[in-house]
Design a protein around this ligand. Sequence first.
Ligand SMILES: [Fe+2]
Ligand SMILES: [Fe+2]
Length: 193
Amino acid sequence: MEYDLLELQDAIRKVLMPKRYLHSLGVQYTCAALSMRYECDIMKAQVAGILHDVAKCYDNSEQIRRCEKYNIPISDVEREQSYLLHAKLGAYYAKSKYGVEDEEILQAIAFHTTGKPEMTTLEKIVFLSDYMEPSRRMIPGLTQIRKLAFEDLDLAVYTTLHNTLNYLKSNGQIIDNTTNEAYEYYRGIVGNK
Ligand SMILES: [Fe+2]
Ligand SMILES: [Fe+2]
């Protein structure tokens, strides 16, 4: 499939708030840079990057409503922490509204928030780019992850999951099981290196 990045950028600019559009552009470009480093498909990574937050144009309750409408399964944790739903709903819109049929791109969008075990290089790149793109507000460990992402992809994914879990726990938030599974999986990978 041929993708038109300018067209996608234009479409996203129209539906997202300016700050989130800037974030999406940042994710797109960071995806491109990491794809160069890890010899991933640069176009596919950019498509996933620009589209990953498309469902953020809806507030949380509207996201729940739309998932129900399209029969997208909602777990208990997702119902409680409904910001998680924009990932799955985003993958749905990438396909239905923007014509993306590539399963790897759709999966990368669907799991950009939680991560998951056994991610492909593209999925890891989208997951990391969302966390580290240039306009992200500075948080502890971010400078290290930005550097690490270009040195060791799995270690960067592990460190990001570690930091995310710590952040969620310190805020008393319930944690999606997929994030825990991803963390355990990458802890094993990194530990065996
Ligand atoms: Fe997101
Ligand atoms: Fe994002």
